[in-house]
Design a protein around this ligand. Sequence first.
Ligand code: ZN
Length: 243
Amino acid sequence: MYAVISDIHGNLEALEAVLADVPDGIAEIYCLGDVIGYGASPNECCELVRSYGMPVISGNHDLAVTDLSTDLAWFNPVAAAAIQWTRDQLNGENADFLRTRPRTLHEEGTLFVHGSVRDPDEYIINGAVARENLAVLEAEYPDVRVCFFGHTHVKTVAPSPNGPSPGSHDVLDLTGGPYLVNPGSVGQPRDGDTFASYVLAEDAQEGPRVAYRFVEYDVEKAQDKIRAAGLPGMLADRLAYGR
Ligand code: ZN
């Protein structure tokens, strides 16, 4: 069994709560990128990820912070302010680590990306984009049964293994496939949930089984640290809404 986490975004309180929730005996914790950006604890989050030896892919925020040639005009003003603040905070060792991660990890039967199969910066935000990426997945990675992706901060399984009715996120039997699975965000959920989320996955013979884990954490502490750091207040406010 392994775990998949994504979009930590410098939220140490959420990351610590998630890591405390990961059951003993988990072989590996994969991280789909955006370790930093938005939250007040970029170095601490980066060091925690490194201390676990997680396989990490780099997200757009990891690169925007650590690649100084990135044009911040592509980011909205709040994100750009957070990227600039994080650039000032992040130490050289952590910056080097995040800058040199791969953008895709392909292991037998499983693919890990930040944005989408065909573009690390694309948002898989609706059924049409999901279907297009499933087609690319089948053409380019015929062995892959599950592709884990992040970037949207929205928990997603496509196509829905429960049929058309929106079912609960208990253990999902992903027989057949391929499937696209977004574990949701550790540090800045945008689907209306205020708790951190991640997934546990198990490779069964018939196809992988995936279970969502929902983890409460000290939202107020994370908010206080964002405000005290002088980051845009909206970045603290939104954690209370999950938007
Ligand atoms: Zn993100």
